[in-house]
Design a protein around this ligand. Structure first.
Ligand code: PLP
Length: 394
């Protein structure tokens, strides 16, 4: 008989676990949108979003998802026929490049594969070869959620500078923001995009973009920008509705306010630290399981692994079998092997945002039980290895 009844647990890389405080904040009737609390809340959300990104630049809020933000970012700083360079490490890099191609951009893809991060030296070479300055923007996912590859954003900035190239630097932090360290201004990022449903712990439906003066100047040089995606009024609204180009995402604003309260109370350094300890427990468990079977972490080098999501190879159909068992028997939902061949050989653990030791140890315990139940060969001692990591937390 299943042992799933009780609270279910969503261990997928977005949407993530929603905190009770966020759920409570949304449990209300629609508020007055003309004046009052909603306006006050929005005014406080803006500076807090800048704190999360580590920027003194501007931020705009959209009613959309991550795919919408790919388009929002490109629409504000490129026009049909412009060239962009996409540095790809998996399905999401490829997705952003497909969006760019659909917008009529000339997309140059540098594909680093599905088990590697962006190579800064290769990036420098490509940009140095562009002597005419045709490339208008460099696009990269800090974390590609399909592979859990985490690229070194600061090093890519240095590579762009070393090539003496003027392209804007656009970073997708949809998976990583609020999980993996990110410092927009210190790292020289011109535009960063994210969404509400991952490290920001709110439901899906809000997209966010942060931008600096250099990005703003490029926008001013464009004559036609589709009105909904244009950030001009959103970052500098004369009327409240201009923040959103229409009706405010009322309940998402309450949700974001509650989530940002949690984030501010903990602090970014502590948040990054918590995600690091928890992911170390996951890595220790996977390494122990791998001692007696096919299981392995997709990314070999710990410095190149995300702290928000972990992609794991299991082989055959075992990724899907394990996911099914964990959900049906134990109420734990794991992530699919998105973008992999075959997807059924992989699974992913999402560990972003509102995650703590008992949640992660629970997920690992359920995976351990699933491996036993399904007779999938695996090494022993995974849970002991994970709890040892947690025991060393200070
Ligand atoms: C989740 C994700 C996206 C897509 O976001 P949606 O809200 O599903 O459209 C894009 N990029 C990365 C890195 C992601 O993790």
């Amino acid at each position: 008989m299943p042992v799933a009844n009780g609270r279910s647990y969503l261990a997928i890389p977005g949407p993530s676990v929603t905190p009770e405080a966020v759920i409570r904040a949304m449990s209300r009737a629609s508020p007055n949108i003309y004046t009052g609390e909603l306006h006050e809340i929005t005014d406080t959300i803006i500076p807090d979003l800048k704190y999360v990104a580590g920027t003194a630049g501007d931020v705009a809020i959209y009613i959309t998802n991550g795919h919408g933000m790919w388009e929002a970012a490109l629409t504000n700083v490129t026009k049909r026929g412009d060239t962009v360079l996409v540095l790809s490490c998996g399905r999401f890099g490829m997705g952003w490049s497909a969006a760019a191609a659909s917008l009529g951009l000339d997309v140059q893809i540098e594909d680093f594969g599905q088990e590697a991060v962006v190579n800064p030296e290769r990036t420098r070479e490509i940009l140095a070869a562009d002597t005419e300055g045709k490339i208008k923007a460099v696009l990269v996912c800090q974390v590609d959620t399909s592979t859990s590859a985490k690229s070194d954003v600061a090093a890519i900035r240095k590579a762009i500078d070393a090539a003496g190239h003027k392209a804007l630097f656009l970073v997708d932090c949809i998976a990583s923001l609020g999980c993996d360290r990110f410092e927009m201004d210190n790292w020289g990022v011109d535009i960063m995009i994210s969404a509400s449903q991952k490290g920001l712990m709110a439901p899906a439906g809000v997209g966010l973009i942060w931008l600096n003066e250099k990005a703003k100047a490029v926008r001013l040089g464009l004559t036609e920008v589709s009105p909904y995606w244009d950030w001009t009024l959103r970052i500098n609204p004369a009327e409240f509705y201009q923040y959103f180009d229409g009706t405010a995402p009322t309940h998402h604003l309450y949700a974001l306010r509650a989530a940002l309260d949690l984030i501010k109370a903990e602090g970014m350094e502590a948040i990054w630290d918590r995600h690091e300890t928890l992911v170390n427990a996951i890595w220790a468990a996977v390494e122990a399981w791998g001692q007696g079977g096919a299981m392995k972490l997709n990314m070999k080098n710990p410095n190149e692994r995300s702290h928000a999501v972990t992609s794991i190879f299991l082989g055959g159909e075992d990724g899907d079998r394990l996911r099914d068992w964990c959900e049906k028997m134990c109420g734990v939902t794991l992530g699919i092997g998105l973008g992999r061949t075959p997807p059924s050989a992989y699974f992913r653990i999402g560990h972003m945002g509102h995650v703590n030791a008992h949640g992660i140890l629970g997920v690992l315990g359920v995976i351990d039980a699933g491996l036993k139940a399904l007779n999938i060969p695996h090494g022993e001692g995974a849970l002991a290895a994970a709890s040892t990591v947690i025991s060393k937390a200070r």
